[in-house]
Ligand binder design. Structure first.
Ligand code: SAM
Length: 229
């Protein structure tokens, strides 16, 4: 709860209202994604001065000129990724750690026997530290590993991955990410110019065959690195 002017903000209620809106808009469809969005407290992943805006469906500034993605984009990316319990997921662009926590709630819920794991890479050390603290205080640090580095190179140590989710705008598909996907695995990635992209689902059919589908236009901060900008 937080005072906002004369109004006492009830974050749980705000979260429920936002999730209901995303269901009505057709963004949220799957029970496990809905449950994850209802569970993760976005207010714990934003800067203190933005807590009161945590349930506005918009990106918000975090540290170093970066953003926490809008809830509808997090929800949509989780939906199109068809995440499942037990999946090993690589996220590129940790930012606040919010999206990684939502993924972890789906692939590694507390009571699951066959828990999956989320590896997430952030190039800015201060943000990786911010995310680690946010994940620790919300109880996800056992299911999410934060790595500092160039995510366009992937993370071979834990490969192959069931899913790879890129949360920054790429000029093309980074080759190492395609290599580190399992056969049958999916890469979710915004591809385009620095200013506008399309969200793509890239499914690995065989070592050399990929099926591509574009979902919607979108705008992300740039993916900076060897196979990025
Ligand atoms: N998923 C984040 C969240 O839940 O808050 C939002 C991600 S923000 C839109 C994109 C992030 O990607 C930024 O934190 C940025 O520093 C990071 N980034 C950009 N290029 C990167 C790279 N090559 N490797 C890892 N992180 C990168």
């Amino acid at each position: 709860m937080l005072w906002f002017g004369n109004e006492l903000l009830d974050f749980k209620l705000e979260r429920k209202r936002l999730v209901e809106r995303l269901i009505n808009e057709g963004v949220l469809k799957t029970e496990k994604v809905i449950k994850a969005m209802l569970t993760i407290p976005r207010e714990e992943f934003v800067l203190p001065e933005y807590r009161k805006y945590a349930y506005i469906d918009s990106p918000l500034p975090i540290l170093k000129g970066q953003t926490i993605s809008a809830p509808h984009m997090v929800a949509l990316m989780c939906e199109v990724a068809t995440l499942d319990v037990g999946h090993t997921v690589l996220e590129i662009g940790t930012g606040s750690g919010y999206h990684a926590a939502v993924i972890a709630e789906i692939v590694a819920p507390k009571k699951a026997v066959n828990k999956g794991h989320v590896y997430t890479i952030e190039r800015i050390p201060e943000l990786a530290e911010f995310a680690r603290n946010n994940l620790e205080k919300t109880g996800y640090s056992d299911r999410v590993t934060v790595i500092v580095g160039d995510g366009t190179l992937g993370y071979p140590d834990a490969a192959p991955y069931d899913r790879i989710i890129v949360t920054a705008a790429a000029p093309q598909e980074p080759k190492p990410l395609l290599e580190q996907l399992k056969i049958g695995g999916k890469l979710i990635i915004p591809i385009g110019s620095r200013y506008m992209q399309y969200l793509y689902i890239v499914e690995k059919i065989s070592e050399r065959q990929f099926k591509r589908e574009s979902v919607i236009p979108c705008v992300f901060v740039p993916l900076i690195g060897k196979y990025g900008w």
